[in-house]
Ligand binder design. Structure first.
Ligand SMILES: NC(=O)c1ccc[n+]([C@@H]2O[C@H](COP(=O)([O-])OP(=O)(O)OC[C@H]3O[C@@H](n4cnc5c(N)ncnc54)[C@H](OP(=O)(O)O)[C@@H]3O)[C@@H](O)[C@H]2O)c1
Length: 286
């Protein structure tokens, strides 16, 4: 059986991969940032074993902080993945590297396909794009998987925050001019495990999100409705009212076509996934 190593295993996605693998009886080893710092080349080299599959979930994900901390973000998002790709190349291992819609400028109005021109508008996006290039340069057989709008429904993620606001506030204003595909980390974890188990060659870049699209406003309304609250308590506003250090893409929808065409199972509609996230806390640390 193939060994699967998950880096960044203490994060949102890494934890879900470990739980989903355990549920499915799949042998996976997870290493947190304390156990394996992917920017440490020697440690990475020692951790990657021949014939294994590495799923890299480690990243610098503080999008706004990256604007003033780009060197550190580059180290984690580009140098670290380069180390992993190099180690995989030397060990004859596969690498699945998770990336982001932020590599695009978000000005499209049709779903981004893997080969579309990239044009990141933030430090986070630039460093993640550099990581994609570093991975594919060092290991052309690697697969970069771009995802977007990931939530679990715990901690400070968007869905969890809307649940909290529903309890604490009469009304909430949420931006209605950014569109994406809300993606449940549990579903994303399942797709990545399917990819890790696949034996056939895969394209260098794939997209993976739940199906369907929504604005943040529409997602917030769906959360309110999903917990039995009045969705009208969520009011739309524009991004101009919530200016943040890093610009957010207006359009983050990623085409699932290459994923499906590669024989992999597309993820279900985001509304069904959200219902599970709100109803089935067995998946997550509540
Ligand atoms: N969340 C989203 O909406 C979203 C959207 C698109 C793409 N993605 C991508 O999805 C992947 C997983 O994101 P996530 O949501 O799970 O993020 P997350 O919760 O922030 O997890 C990232 C993990 O990486 C770890 N890490 C940071 N620096 C490291 C290093 N030098 N060595 C090893 N581990 C390190 C962090 O550990 P510490 O906490 O100890 O620093 C953390 O556990 C990332 O590639 C991200 O870019 C996420």
């Amino acid at each position: 059986m193939t060994n699967i190593l998950v880096t960044g295993a203490g994060g949102q996605l890494g934890r879900q991969i470990l739980k989903r693998a355990e549920r499915a009886g799949v042998q996976v080893t997870g290493v947190t940032s304390a156990e394996l710092d992917i920017t440490d080349r020697d440690s990475v080299g020692a951790a990657v074993t021949p014939g294994s599959v590495v799923i890299n979930c480690a990243a610098y994900t503080a999008v706004d902080a990256a604007e003033t901390d780009e060197d550190r973000a580059f180290s984690v998002n580009a140098v670290g993945p380069a180390n992993l790709a190099q180690a995989c190349a030397e060990a004859g291992a596969r690498l699945v590297h998770v990336s982001t819609d932020y590599v695009f400028d978000g000005t499209s109005d049709v779903p981004y396909r893997p080969g579309d021109p990239t044009a990141p508008r933030s430090a986070y996006g630039r460093t993640k794009l550099a990581g994609e290039h570093a991975v594919l340069d060092a290991l052309p057989t690697a697969t970069v998987v771009r995802t977007a709008w990931v939530y679990t429904g715990v901690g400070s993620d968007f869905v969890s925050t809307m649940r909290r606001f529903e309890r604490e506030r009469d009304t909430v204003r949420v931006v209605d001019d950014q569109v994406g595909s809300p993606t449940y980390s549990w579903d994303l974890a399942g797709g990545l495990l399917e990819l890790a188990a696949a034996n056939s060659p895969m394209p260098p870049i794939l997209n993976l999100t739940n199906a369907g699209t929504a604005s943040w406003f529409q997602l917030a309304r769906a959360v309110f409705a999903g917990v039995g609250a009045d969705p009208e308590r969520v009011e739309p506003c524009s991004s101009a009212e919530f200016v943040r250090p890093a610009p957010r893409p207006s359009y983050s929808v990623l085409s699932p076509d290459a994923w499906s065409e590669s024989g992999l199972t597309p993820l279900r509609d985001w509304r069904n996934a959200l219902a599970d996230a709100l109803d089935a806390p067995v998946h997550v640390d509540r």
